[in-house]
Design a protein around this ligand. Structure first.
Ligand SMILES: C[S@@+](CC[C@H](N)C(=O)[O-])C[C@H]1O[C@@H](n2cnc3c(N)ncnc32)[C@H](O)[C@@H]1O
Length: 282
C-alpha cells in the first residue's frame, strides 16, 4: 500500500506532465478533499497508507484536473471574503480582483450609517459580492440578481449555507428592480470582448460560462447599457461600483460621463491596473 507522501508525489508528477499550473497545489487539494483532512495534515500524516477506496476516489479528480478543469470546480467550493461559497460550472469562479472590490466597498461604506440602506449586486453569479458585503455589513438590505436561473440557484444556496438573509431576483440587468431605487449598486458584468474571449486560457473558456464572460463585440456593452438604464434606479447620493477590464478605464469613464455625478474615480487592483470604477451621484 502506498503512503500519502508517495501518492502526493506521484499525483504531482502526473499533473506536471499534463502541464497543469501549480501541480503540487492541485494534488494537495484533491488529496485533502478525498481524505477529509487539511493540507497541513497531509504532511503530518505523510506515512499513512491509503486504502484502495481512497485511491479510487482520487483518480477521477486527478484526471479532471489533468484535462484542464479548474481546481475550484473540482473542489466545488471556495473561500471568499469570510464566506464559503459553492462553485459550479454555472457560475464564474470568483476572482481575487473581485475580493479586492468587496474590500474597497466595505471600507468605503463602513464610514457611514447603513441602517435602512439598500444595496443591489447585479450580475451576482455565485453571489460572492453581495454575500461578502452582507456578511461584513449586516445592517444593509442586500438584493442579488442574475439573468441565469441556474446561477441564481447557486447564489441562493450560498446565501443559505452562510446564514445570510438576502433577497434574490432573476432577470435582465435592472429589470427585476423596476420601480425601485437603491443607495448602492455593485456590478461585475461580463466584460470580455469577442477577440479576448477567443484568446482566453482554455481552462477558463472551456469550463466557465460564456454568458458570465463575454460582454459583446467590444466588451464594454454592459457598461453602456447600465449608463443608459441606471438613472431611475438611483436614490439621491447613490454610489455605484463596477469591476472593469484592465484596459477599459477610459472607455468606462466616458460612458458614464453624462450622469450627474459628484465624484467619479478609477481604482486600481494590486497589480496597479485600472480595475474598478466608482461613481457617486448628486
Ligand atoms: C462576470 S460574472 C460575475 C459573477 C460574480 N458577480 C463575480 O463577481 O464573480 C457576470 C454574471 O452576469 C450574469 N449576466 C449575464 N448577462 C446578464 C444580464 N443581461 N442581466 C443580468 N445578469 C447577467 C451572468 O450570468 C454572470 O453570472
Amino acid at each position: 500500500m502506498k503512503t500519502i507522501a508517495e501518492i502526493l508525489a506521484l499525483s504531482t508528477t502526473f499533473l506536471a506532465e499534463k502541464g497543469v499550473f501549480r501541480p503540487r497545489r492541485s494534488a494537495e487539494e484533491i488529496l485533502s478533499l478525498i481524505l477529509g483532512v487539511k493540507r497541513m495534515d497531509l504532511y503530518l500524516q505523510h506515512d499513512r497508507p491509503l486504502i484502495e477506496g481512497e485511491l479510487e476516489a482520487i483518480r477521477p479528480l486527478l484526471k479532471r484536473r489533468a484535462a484542464g478543469e479548474p481546481l475550484e470546480q473540482i473542489l466545488g467550493e471556495i473561500e471568499f471574503y469570510h464566506c464559503r461559497l459553492a462553485v459550479t460550472p454555472n457560475v464564474l469562479i470568483p476572482r481575487q480582483e473581485t475580493e479586492i472590490l468587496v474590500d474597497l466597498v466595505v471600507k468605503k461604506l463602513n464610514e457611514r450609517p447603513l441602517a435602512g440602506k439598500t444595496l443591489w449586486d447585479i450580475c451576482t453569479g455565485s453571489g460572492c459580492i453581495g454575500l461578502g458585503l452582507k456578511k461584513a455589513l449586516p445592517q444593509l438590505s442586500v438584493s442579488l440578481s442574475d439573468l441565469c436561473p441556474k446561477a441564481l440557484a447557486v447564489a441562493k444556496k450560498n446565501a443559505e449555507a452562510n446564514g445570510l438573509d438576502v433577497d434574490l431576483r432573476q432577470g435582465d440587468l435592472l429589470e427585476p428592480f423596476f420601480g425601485e431605487a437603491a443607495d448602492f449598486i455593485i456590478c461585475n458584468p461580463p466584460y470580455v470582448s469577442k477577440n479576448e474571449y477567443e484568446a482566453l486560457d482554455p481552462g477558463v473558456r472551456d469550463f466557465e460560462p460564456k454568458g458570465a464572460l463575454l460582454g459583446g463585440e467590444r466588451g464594454d456593452e454592459f457598461y453602456e447599457r447600465l449608463a443608459r438604464e441606471i438613472p431611475p434606479f438611483l436614490r439621491p447620493g447613490a454610489q455605484i461600483f463596477f469591476e472593469i477590464g484592465e484596459a477599459q478605464g477610459k472607455a468606462v469613464q466616458e460612458i458614464f460621463h453624462s450622469l450627474p455625478w459628484r465624484q467619479s474615480r478609477l481604482l486600481k487592483d494590486w497589480a496597479g491596473k485600472d480595475r474598478f470604477f466608482f461613481l457617486e451621484i448628486e
